[in-house]
Design a protein around this ligand. Structure first.
Ligand code: BJW
Length: 255
């Protein structure tokens, strides 16, 4: 056990020896970049409930409100920078033979950090498209209250390219993630409450197929009790320390 950060030596050893690693991330990994999570106190859904904003009926019922909520979030996300947690995962990817970063996040920060194998399950807030003709909408004009943004091709409403409740995930994405989860030696579940499905199946399937599964979170999540290990702490501190320990272990083994 590391004395300052409570991850086990088993986790370091398993990661140092792993050939295949999957990292599953949620909003918590971006909290230290200044992006609010969804369900924490003072999170995104403290004032608005998901059913009022993150579903297609809410959008069609009040496109102007939903577009303005996403415009506000897009502004926060485009100003945010990857934090040491995102950057540690870039180094971890370089260490292992096969690596996949499966994220529920829509903030683009893993791509910005330089991670290569990023699978986005819930879309990406920086993209938009027309709800009717499905064509991408590029540069968006400023939103005026009471005037929903419309498509230049067909006048349909412009929506963010994210996955709302009741919508299917991008075609084939879960299959790719589950396939990797079943083959992985180690899975890290980072900064997610693990209450949204089917995404939250990923660490559970990995555990069922023999992977060593650890979560990194400031609080134990809904699924923490069925995983091998919960490392309590902010991912921006835990991940750099853990990856440094793995780097040292690998160097000691190959020396
Ligand atoms: C830190 C930290 C720090 C803080 N360091 N940690 C089975 C059972 C019941 C329901 C369902 C089911 N299967 C499907 C459903 C329905 C539904 C669902 O899951 N509902 C549950 C909530 C009950 N799922 C769906 O609808 C999905 N689609 C689907 O199933 O399609 C098939 C279908 C179609 C039609 C009919 C029926 C089925 C789609 C789900 C889409 C989710 N979309 C959202 C919004 C994206 C757009 C946007 O951003 O606005 O995705 S919801 C929201 O939750 C977002 C996130 O990606 C997702 C997960 O949240 P996340 O990332 O875990 O964040 P938080 O806030 O919950 O947690 C943060 C964590 O970080 C906390 O644990 C903190 O402690 C921690 N933390 N700081 C480390 N510094």
């Amino acid at each position: 056990m590391n004395m300052s950060i409570p991850y086990s030596d088993t986790l370091v050893q398993r990661l140092a020896q792993a050939r295949r690693v999957l990292v599953f991330t949620g909003a918590g990994i971006s909290a230290e970049s200044g992006i609010p999570t969804f369900r924490d106190a003072d999170g995104l859904w403290e004032k608005f409930k998901p059913e009022e904003l993150a579903n297609v009926d809410a959008f069609l019922g009040n496109p102007d409100l939903v577009q303005r909520w996403y415009a506000m979030r897009r502004e926060v996300v485009t100003k945010a920078k990857p934090n040491p947690g995102h950057l540690a995962l870039v180094e971890l990817e370089r260490m292992v033979d096969e690596f996949m970063l499966v994220t529920q996040n829509v903030d683009n920060l893993h791509n910005e950090a330089g991670s290569k194998e990023v699978l986005e399950l819930h879309g990406n807030l920086t993209r938009n498209y027309c709800i009717d003709c499905k064509k991408p909408a590029a540069a968006l004009p400023p939103i005026e209250e009471g005037k929903p943004l419309a498509c230049v091709h067909c006048d349909g409403f412009i929506r963010p390219d994210v996955v709302w409740f009741g919508e299917m995930l991008p075609k084939g994405a879960m299959e790719i993630a589950i396939n990797m989860a079943m083959r992985s030696d180690v899975v890290l579940s980072v900064g997610t409450s693990a209450v949204v499905f089917p995404a939250a199946d990923i660490p559970l399937v990995a555990r069922g197929h023999g992977a060593y599964v650890a979560e990194i979170n400031i609080n134990e999540s809904e699924i923490g009790h069925v995983l091998n290990e919960t490392v309590l702490g902010p991912s921006g501190t835990v991940l750099p320390s853990l990856v440094a320990a793995v780097r040292e272990r690998r160097a000691a083994t190959t020396a």
